[in-house]
Design a binder for this molecule. Structure first.
Ligand code: BJW
Ligand code: ZN
Length: 237
């Protein structure tokens, strides 16, 4: 394994950007999307995670998100999340980009988190521009905005654009970094997965941490195979 080399790249870097996916929260007990026990094995994304699905059956979609909010609410950050808080403290310029909607990076203490797929703890109006935090678990009925229209989960569904300001910041941090860490993502969902390729083509060292090889393993500089809750604390020690 290239762990010693990866450790040196991290130590020497002044700009580090990190992209995390569902795998970093797996050790907290939150199911991932793909893979054996993934959510998409049990549920169809077309029925639950598209704007069309919500328009067809908002109650069903809200029930699914309420169930997930309940699950996430009972978990806590793991050693992988905490290792990234330490890395942020000791790196001159550090950006954490997450595809996760669970809020565990913030709960661990990460200061600035770019949530490119939104947050399960935010609601958004389907008609006006309002969005607001909501930690109610579970919500009793499909919730509504003060304007009277139906509210939706503040997450990014398939076919939807990523929040523009967040995406621009993620793009900039990827272009500028010396080291790009890709942790616990299958790297199949775009445009987020494209960030690893962008980092590589801009000259960054790209280090992947995952329990298995992924769509980007062939293109990165180093893949560290194993659970991020173990590998990350060892890597930044
Ligand atoms: C561990 C571990 C441990 C486990 N330690 N590792 C063809 C058809 C239709 C659409 C497209 C298409 N081609 C491209 C698209 C666009 C589409 C897309 O990429 N689809 C592909 C799947 C084909 N993308 C979009 O639609 C995006 N928007 C967009 O492109 O806008 C432009 C546009 C506009 C209009 C029309 C078309 C385009 C938006 C994508 C939004 C994704 N949303 C979700 C749901 C969020 C809300 C929610 O949570 O409910 O985001 S889907 C889901 O996947 C979620 C995740 O953030 C995302 C990525 O998943 P992630 O994090 O990688 O998880 P897994 O499960 O895949 O992987 C876990 C990994 O962890 C595995 O590798 C494990 O091995 C590993 N692991 N334990 C370390 N302990
Ligand atoms: Zn409204």
């Amino acid at each position: 394994m290239c762990v010693e080399q990866a450790r040196r790249w991290i130590q020497d870097a002044s700009l580090i950007t990190v992209l995390t996916g569902a795998g970093i929260s797996a050790e907290s007990g939150i199911p991932t999307f793909r893979g054996q026990a993934g959510l998409w094995k049990q549920f169809r994304p077309e029925d639950l995670a598209t704007p069309e699905a919500f328009a067809r059956n908002p109650k069903l979609v809200w029930e699914w998100y309420d169930w997930r909010r309940g699950l996430i609410d009972q978990t806590k950050p793991n050693n992988g999340h905490y290792a990234l808080v330490q890395l942020e403290h000791r790196t001159p310029q550090f950006t954490l980009i997450t595809q996760n909607v669970d809020g565990l990076h913030e709960r661990a203490g990460s200061q600035t988190v770019l949530e490119v797929h939104g947050s399960i703890w935010k609601l958004r109006c389907t008609e006006c521009c309002r969005s607001w935090p909501d930690r109610t678990v579970p919500l009793c009925t499909p919730p509504h905005c003060v304007c009277g229209a139906l509210a939706r989960p503040g997450v990014v569904w398939f076919g939807e654009n990523l929040p523009e300001d967040v995406w621009i910041a993620a793009h900039k941090a990827t272009l500028a970094c010396d080291v790009f860490l890709v942790i616990g993502t299958s790297a199949v969902v775009y445009p987020a997965a494209g960030l690893a390729h962008l980092a590589k083509s801009s000259g960054a060292k790209v280090i992947e941490i995952n329990t298995e090889a992924t769509a980007i393993s062939e293109s990165v500089d180093c893949t560290l195979l194993g659970p991020s809750g173990q590998i990350l604390p060892e890597l930044i020690r």
